[in-house]
Ligand binder design. Structure first.
Ligand SMILES: *[C@@H]1O[C@H](CO)[C@@H](O)[C@H](O)[C@H]1NC(C)=O
Ligand SMILES: *[C@@H]1O[C@H](CO)[C@@H](O)[C@H](O)[C@H]1NC(C)=O
Ligand SMILES: *[C@@H]1O[C@H](CO)[C@@H](O)[C@H](O)[C@H]1NC(C)=O
Length: 178
């Protein structure tokens, strides 16, 4: 009788620990427009409301709408002595990808972390500002499964946003994976 109860208590405890421990901690978020005639960063920040509620917000104004051709290069950098390119360096045609997200599992994984909090959940053209509205870090943590596609460490995810093959903006996310 005692053993199963003991096991259940242990599992409950493991489950609670698993729930509370964050897998991802965001440390910085930076957005830069490289072409102010094309895009303006209205805001781009991480905010800690309190110990448990931290969110990421982004608003980029597009000045030459509609935008019909978008490419994104995303690369992961890992910190050793300074950040070094590591693991992923992928360029996608965002318009094709958004039409068929399953076509690129890595991009789909990243897109799923923020798409329900953004207005980037449709294919081209983009005829509105680009918004990520208070994406809770806890939501990201809940989406991240036990098996992360990268080993623990300090990372920087850098993305270059191209419209009509010209680099218009960069977005960098700094994070720690446990
Ligand atoms: C943190 O802030 C959120 C939003 O204001 C609130 O709902 C939550 O209860 C707060 N949590 C703590 C621990 O204060
Ligand atoms: C990613 O690949 C492109 C094309 O090969 C290259 O120009 C770029 O420097 C690479 N980025 C990183 C972070 O390694
Ligand atoms: C938008 O996201 C929801 C779920 O997050 C999904 O069910 C829906 O198909 C998406 N819409 C488009 C146009 O991708």
């Amino acid at each position: 009788m005692g053993a199963p109860r003991c096991l259940i208590a242990l599992l409950a405890c493991l489950f609670l620990v698993e729930e509370v421990e964050p897998k991802v901690e965001f440390t910085n978020f930076k957005c830069t427009s490289l072409d102010p005639k094309f895009a303006i960063v209205e805001h781009c920040y991480l905010k800690s409301v309190n110990r448990t509620y931290k969110y990421l917000a982004l608003k980029i104004n597009l000045l030459q709408k509609p935008v019909t051709r978008i490419k994104v290069n995303g690369a992961t950098w890992k910190r050793f002595n300074g950040y070094k390119p590591s693991l992923y360096n992928v360029t996608i045609d965002a318009c094709k990808f958004l039409k068929n997200p399953k076509s690129n599992p890595v991009a789909d994984y990243i897109h799923r972390l923020f798409r329900t909090y953004s207005n980037m959940n449709h294919s081209c053209p983009f005829n509105h500002d680009v918004i990520i509205d208070k994406l809770p870090i806890s939501f990201v943590n809940n989406q991240v499964t036990a098996v992360l596609p990268v080993p623990p460490g300090d990372y920087m995810f850098q993305s270059h946003w191209y419209a009509y093959d010209i680099n218009r903006a960069t977005v960098q996310v700094y994070l720690t994976i446990f």
